[in-house]
Design a protein around this ligand. Structure first.
Ligand SMILES: Nc1ncnc2c1ncn2[C@@H]1O[C@H](COP(=O)(O)OP(=O)(O)OP(=O)(O)O)[C@@H](O)[C@H]1O
Ligand SMILES: [Mg+2]
Length: 405
């Protein structure tokens, strides 16, 4: 078979760093059903609140995006997916929400009606979307944040002929979770809707963020705990991960040699972010349309570099030290199977010279937030699965490769 150069290759089916498109979305049946059930309740007039949570890169935004499109197509619930990553105040949040409502309405049939009451924030319509008057929007942000419920009601009024409900997905919560006004604003919003009988709002309110954001919101305003039902995302199962790789390579007419999807699944640990990084790296390693073990192994190493560079650069630098590589080999094996371990277990099998460097290694990793001391003396914990699997991937390099299980 002739070699295919990278230049000649088509579009990679993997999308590292972006929510997955609906046709590549796999698994999460239970969570999807749970959320669609709420969307359906909303269409029957019952307001619903959900907090989608799980660690970094586990697939919160992808789930939200998938549910948004399903709810819209199948249940006629118009949804607005707003990313609040850099947002710290409710005024900024309102600016993001209004912008999203305008931009999204533009892409659908309801734009004219939404435009009629938000026209003062529209400068013009261009080929790529609406040009917003962000200054006017910022000037009004304080007022809009006080009148957030009336604002939502007006959006709903302009949608209700075509839709049966409205959904607001506030995703990527970050700094705003520590803003007490945010938690109390949402709580009041929910309370006001529930007491306004006859004038209710068929609203599905969904928040997306890592578990710490939820904890912060509860610390700011305790009742928030009771308001949101939790949809939790865990790593995907091995069969789901294997199916993901088979489906993705199949979609671009590439063949997988026996066992390679298992191998890729093993290194990605069911973490969607890693699945895409590994899949993408393997995709570019292959030059004949048939993915074999060699493509897979070189792809996994390339993915370790990419993941390290993108998310863990200081850790990656520290691990370059020769002193640390043999300890890393051992740590890699532990990282694959557990989120916490005993220092004594890590020390087992290390030679004396390595043992001497162990404390220093642990302290360095702690400083870089790649490890933290556990509750019990002598116990260490990986702060999240992505770090743990990155260390596992990184340990594949010569000299520190753990034995495959
Ligand atoms: N169900 C899924 N099927 C296939 N790919 C997925 C799935 N869920 C997530 N992904 C992929 O995994 C990566 C991370 O997903 P996503 O951005 O949705 O996670 P997240 O939890 O929102 O991350 P963050 O905490 O960084 O916001 C993306 O590349 C996305 O395409
Ligand atoms: Mg996200």
């Amino acid at each position: 078979m002739s070699e295919i150069t990278s230049f000649e290759k088509g579009r990679s089916p993997f999308s590292p760093g972006q929510p997955v498109p609906p046709d590549m979305f796999i698994g999460r049946r239970e969570q999807v059903e749970r959320m669609l059930r709420s969307a359906q309740q909303v269409t029957l007039g019952k307001q619903q609140n959900i907090f989608v949570t799980g660690e970094y890169g586990i697939g919160k935004s992808s789930l939200i995006s998938y549910v948004r499109s399903k709810s819209e197509e199948e249940l006629h619930v118009a949804g607005f997916h707003v990313f609040l990553g850099g947002v710290n105040t409710i005024e900024e949040m309102v600016v993001h929400v209004v912008s999203r409502v305008i931009q999204q309405s533009h892409a659908s049939k309801v734009y004219d009606r939404v435009k009629s009451f938000l026209s003062k924030y529209v400068k013009g319509v261009e080929f790529f979307g609406v040009r917003l008057d962000t200054r006017a929007l910022r000037d009004d942000a304080a007022e809009l944040s006080h009148d957030f419920l009336p604002f939502l009601r007006r959006v709903w009024a302009s949608l209700q002929e075509e839709y049966k409900g409205i959904a607001l997905y506030l995703d990527d919560l970050n700094g705003i979770a520590r803003e007490p006004r945010f938690s109390s604003m949402l709580k009041s919003l929910v309370d006001e809707i529930s007491v306004s009988s006859g004038n209710g709002l068929p609203l599905l309110l969904v928040l997306g963020g890592v578990p710490e954001r939820r904890r912060e919101m509860i610390e700011c305003h305790r009742p928030v705990e009771r308001v949101f039902d939790i949809v939790r995302l865990n790593p995907l199962s091995d069969p789901e991960t294997e199916e993901f790789f088979s489906q993705a390579f199949d979609s671009v007419n590439m063949t997988l040699k026996d066992g390679v999807e298992k191998e890729m699944a093993k290194w990605s640990g069911g973490l969607p972010k890693l699945m895409h990084e590994i899949g993408d790296a393997v995709y570019w390693q292959d030059h004949d349309g048939v993915v074999d073990m060699h493509d897979t192994n070189t792809g996994v190493l390339a993915a370790a570099d990419i993941v390290g560079e993108k998310y863990f650069e200081p850790v990656r630098q520290a691990l370059r030290s020769r002193d640390y590589r043999s300890i890393l080999g051992k740590l890699g094996r532990l990282a694959r199977s557990t989120l916490s371990f005993r220092k004594a277990d890590l020390a087992k099998g290390l030679v004396d010279s390595e043992k001497k460097k162990l404390n220093n290694f642990l302290q360095r990793m702690k400083k870089l937030h790649a490890l933290c001391p556990g509750d019990v003396r002598g116990e260490w914990v990986f702060p999240n699965q992505l770090v743990a699997f990155y260390l596992f991937l990184e340990s594949t390099r010569t000299g520190s490769r753990p034995q495959s299980s």
